[in-house]
Design a binder for this molecule. Structure first.
Ligand code: MN
Length: 284
């Protein structure tokens, strides 16, 4: 199932190039008293909501995917987790360009640890990226986004995928420079997720997905998730050893080689096999 938020807080089901407005399904969300648990209520209740969405689909109106303005398919994550240097060729390009990639971080993932991006940075492709510091270099990092479905604390690698709700295309946008990663990667609109969440049952092997990114029609990043250095299961297990993962939490699983600068006016187009494609406008 492909689930989206579109056109101003409408809940969407994506099928065969159309977005069905299944917002009526939201009535099935259980009532919550303040403050409720961390995380995203829709993702936390995904099993129930899938039934409700399928029912709502029967009487839903629809529009073409191309006409929809997509927000992030996760509305309220408690965390956006980033995995650094997870593709060898990206690690090599970073080491080879010390003027662009800070020397602050040394060694592999195990030495550097995971990082966090502020949830306030999260947008969908329809909202676009807004350059905050035009005199500095803002880069795209094309990544597979893994969305957590169940609370995960100290989970074993063998149990990791039981905690995954689904997948989406992620852009880990960043301003290059000397400051801490979490600061430079948390600018408003610098975490793009979209265009929809594909539930985990539809992705047979998340560790073998072709993906690519082009800017203004020119291919820049192209790889396959099998080239990840740290597996998705290990990322989930390791993250959950440090903090509880809540439904809706997003792991941006690392970028491949070919990261580069974007400027106001650019259009970023991303594609991941089995998920789809999204176009993101850059303004500033
Ligand atoms: Mn990244």
């Amino acid at each position: 199932m492909r689930i989206a938020w579109f056109n101003g807080h409408r809940l969407g089901l994506v099928e065969n190039g159309r977005v069905y407005d299944v917002s009526a399904a939201l009535r099935r969300l259980p009532a919550q008293s303040y403050p409720g648990p961390w995380g995203d209520p829709l993702i936390a209740n995904l099993a129930t909501m899938r039934e409700a969405i399928a029912t709502a689909r029967l009487e839903a109106s629809s529009i073409a995917v191309a006409e929809a303005r997509f927000a992030s398919p996760v509305a309220r994550p408690s965390k956006i987790i980033g995995t650094p240097v997870n593709y060898l060729k990206h690690a090599e390009e970073a080491t080879a360009n010390p003027g662009v990639f800070t020397h602050r971080y040394q060694g592999g993932i195990e030495e550097q640890g995971l990082f966090l991006k502020a949830v306030s940075a999260l947008v969908g492709p329809g909202e676009g990226v807004h350059i905050r510091f035009p005199d500095r270099r803002t880069d795209h990092e094309m990544e597979l986004g893994v969305i957590i479905g169940k609370p995960a604390a100290m989970v074993a690698e063998a149990e990791a995928f039981a905690h995954v709700a689904g997948y989406a295309i992620a852009l880990d946008m960043v301003v290059r420079g000397p400051e801490d990663r979490s600061f430079r990667k948390s600018i408003d609109s610098y975490a793009v997720l979209g265009p929809w969440l594909v539930t985990a049952d539809e992705i047979a092997d998340p560790a073998n997905l072709d993906f690519s990114l082009a800017v203004n029609g020119k291919l820049r990043q192209q790889s396959n998730t099998r080239f990840m250095i740290m597996s998705i299961a290990r990322q989930i297990a390791w993250a959950s050893a440090f903090y509880t993962l809540w439904p809706g939490d997003i792991i941006m699983t690392g970028t491949c080689e070919g990261v580069g600068q974007v400027r106001s006016g650019d259009t970023i187009r991303c594609e991941i096999e089995g998920i789809g494609e999204m176009e993101v406008k850059v303004s500033g």
